[in-house]
Design a protein around this ligand. Structure first.
Ligand SMILES: [Mg+2]
Length: 348
């Protein structure tokens, strides 16, 4: 099949508060129509600038391209990377490529009448464990979640005491067995991390996430040798090349690429293969979204899918038919492609 039309959109997030781009991660939608009548959907990052890259630059490279095999998708990925290289290699251009790449995988699944996870390879997990990221632990427990990650922003020296108190409360709510993780979103540094590692030992924290910015890989590799808690990161890192750097410096115990940002499934599969060679754990960033779930299902990354709990209005849900968590477990559906449909009114 050939690409007939392609258009990227920044959805009308009606409840998007001013300046709070994180509330929807500046996510974009990519829609491709093919000459055999199929419609594919992809999800990328980078907001309006990324939409512009696709609609003004990538479009002219993509119209008329064949997509019949995984190799075709790889060839397209390479061309988009090369042609955007002067302004790309990281950031917006790779977030835009991610959206296109996922759209192509969706189409390949639909053409073959198979879920994407079957295209990736043999199924490795019958069912996937989900964990909830957010502050409302009591309500996530009622929803059936068993594992949790809390955000923590470093403010001042009182932050040590307040986090100890919070961990005490959460451990008493979830018991000794549930996983508990802490995401500092780049607000800690090595000194804070060293102290937190000592202070929080009794709470059995599975990992500290995003200790500092991804530019501090050497600092992280030194820190790794000095603490017991695992260090996770990588949501802001893109393409295999960046993860090769991370692996050379041994900066992280757990890699967390985001499939809608790091270069799509095509990049994600390579990153996971490298991690396997390096015997490093991969826990996908926002892996509980459908794009990550398919990859978790058929790859050797950890059986743990992140569900970010965002207060979405019901009419603001971008995707229909998304997999739901039951008793802390989740699975992608068996529909062709990624198995979700777009709420088209959000891109009109
Ligand atoms: Mg994070």
């Amino acid at each position: 099949m050939k690409i007939k039309e392609i258009k990227a959109y920044y959805p009308k997030w009606e409840n998007l508060a001013k300046g709070q781009w994180q509330s929807h991660f500046w996510q974009i939608v990519v829609k491709i129509k093919t000459d055999n009548g199929l419609i594919g959907y992809g999800y990328g990052g980078g907001g309006e600038p990324s939409v512009l890259i696709i609609n003004k630059h990538f479009k002219e490279l993509l119209i008329g391209k064949n997509i019949d095999t995984i190799n075709d998708i790889q060839d397209i990925w390479n061309e988009l990377y090369f042609k955007s290289l002067p302004y790309g290699r990281h950031g917006l251009a790779i977030m835009a490529i991610s959206g296109v790449d996922l759209c192509l995988w969706d189409l390949l699944g639909k053409q073959n009448k198979k879920p994407v996870y079957e295209l990736i390879g043999p199924v490795k997990k019958r069912i996937i464990n989900a964990y909830a990221t957010g502050n409302e632990i009591k309500s996530y427990l009622l929803e059936g979640f068993k594992d949790f990650k809390i955000p923590h922003k470093w403010e001042n020296n009182d932050s040590y005491e307040s986090l100890i108190k919070l961990c005490e409360e959460i451990r008493s709510d979830i018991g000794p067995d549930g996983k508990l993780m802490i995401d500092s979103y780049m607000s800690w540094n090595s000194d804070v991390c060293l102290k937190m590692d000592a202070l929080l030992k009794k709470f059995n924290i599975s990992w500290f996430e995003d200790i500092n910015t991804p530019d501090d890989l050497e600092e992280l590799s030194k820190l790794r040798n000095r603490i017991d808690t695992k260090i996770a990161g990588g949501e802001h890192d893109m393409t295999l090349k960046k993860f090769i750097d991370i692996s050379k410096l041994n900066s992280l115990d757990i890699w967390q690429p985001d499939i809608t940002w790091c270069g799509g499934l095509t990049a994600g599969i390579k990153i996971i293969k490298l991690a396997e060679q390096m015997k490093t754990e991969v826990v996908l960033h926002r892996g509980g979204e459908v794009w990550g779930l398919h990859l978790i299902k058929s790859s050797c990354c950890e059986n743990l899918a992140e569900i970010v709990k965002i207060n979405e209005k019901e009419n603001n849900k971008l995707w229909n038919n998304i997999p739901k968590v039951t008793d802390g477990l989740i699975n992608p559906n068996d529909n062709p492609g990624f198995g979700v449909e777009l709420n088209e009114h959000l891109i009109k």
